[in-house]
Design a protein around this ligand. Structure first.
Ligand SMILES: [Fe+2]
Length: 348
């Protein structure tokens, strides 16, 4: 009996275990089939996405990756280059340069657009000092004609430089925009010019002045171009008669420097009788490709004829600076900010 009882208890025990396992099995089967279905749906969805993704041709993938990497490299390189000042040295020879100006050094600054090199532009000032200039010529666009901007940075720079060097300042399209739009910018331009004059800076506009040394002199003209000559996509022709009507006739046989912010009109400047034209505005074409030069001008000219460096038209030389800063698109590639250091040489 005991044995049988034990056997019955054993059978009951195993039956209970079996039933429990059966219940657990059914339960897990039910659960797993639900999960399985869901899992299947997820797998199908992922499959579809993968199918879609892998349907894009490989060459598009390669271009997309190269573009992303290229943009990242360009942004990093540009932020590096924007701060790497360079001094470009030029020699201008002419029989018209008087003895007294043989070896005379000019620093030409343009297109600062409120940029700073070191605290309070100390790095910029030190690099200008390296050139040991006899005078500084400013080609304009030291400011940014935007409501959110102000003239503190260029004024602080001009004030410090004016304590060391004589400075002659001509306007660019940004100063002229401030001047022509008082309803937007108020009296910012008037205040700016007033401050320049307080620092004994010669602000010149559509006029010719004489720069005298003890035994000789040269002449300097600032030519402010009208708004239409700065329009985008289209470069209107500028007749010589227009230039003459604005700045008068050229000073003839005297060695003559023209400050004209826009380089597009070298032919007109040469016909007028400039010996040396100093221009900016194009920021070196923003991105410079070796052997091709600058890619785009602020007037959206692709591969502009004049981008940066020295150009010649008849007897006239134009030095076109890459400028110091930028405004709307802060991009510079293979195009470091420039201080132009120019030495005049008398040709025998
Ligand atoms: Fe400009």
């Amino acid at each position: 009996m005991r044995k049988r009882g034990c056997q019955n208890l054993g059978i009951l025990f195993f039956c209970t275990i079996f039933l429990k396992m059966l219940c657990y099995g059914l339960f897990f089967f039910a659960i797993s089939s639900k999960i399985g279905k869901r899992h299947l749906r997820i797998r199908r969805w992922i499959g579809k996405q993968r199918e879609g993704v892998f349907m894009i041709p490989l060459w598009i993938w390669i271009i997309a990756v190269l573009l992303v990497v290229g943009i990242a490299v360009a942004v990093l390189l540009s932020s590096y280059e924007n701060k790497r000042l360079t001094v470009e040295y030029y020699e201008i020879e002419s029989e018209k340069i008087p003895e007294a100006f043989d070896g005379y050094r000019i620093v030409f600054l343009t297109d600062l657009h409120c940029a700073q090199f070191g605290e309070n532009n100390q790095e910029l000032i030190e690099r200008i000092d390296e050139c040991r200039p006899d005078m500084i010529l400013v080609g304009g666009d030291m400011v940014i004609s935007r409501e959110s901007s102000n003239e503190e940075v260029p004024l602080a720079l001009m004030k410090e430089l004016s304590a060391k060097y004589p400075i002659y300042y001509a306007d660019g399209n940004h100063e002229l925009k401030l001047a022509r739009n008082e309803e937007i910018f108020g009296v910012r331009y008037k205040d700016y010019v007033h401050s320049l004059k307080e620092y004994n800076i010669h602000h010149i506009s559509n006029e010719t002045i004489v720069i005298q040394s003890e035994t000789g002199f040269i002449s300097l003209t600032a030519f402010d171009l009208e708004k239409k000559y700065y329009q985008r996509f289209h470069v209107p022709r500028m007749p010589l008669s227009h230039m003459e009507s604005v700045v008068g006739s050229s000073p003839g046989n005297i060695f003559h420097i023209l400050l004209a912010h826009n380089p597009n009109y070298l032919k007109t400047y040469a016909d007028w009788g400039s010996d040396l034209v100093l221009a900016g505005h194009f920021h070196g074409g923003m991105v410079r490709i070796p052997k091709f030069g600058g890619v785009i001008s602020p007037q959206f000219q692709i591969f502009p004829k004049y981008d940066a460096g020295e150009f010649h038209e008849g007897e006239t030389t134009m030095i076109l600076s890459r400028g110091l800063g930028n405004h709307s698109i802060k991009l510079r590639l293979f195009n470091k900010p420039e201080i132009s250091c120019i030495e005049l040489k008398k040709r025998d």
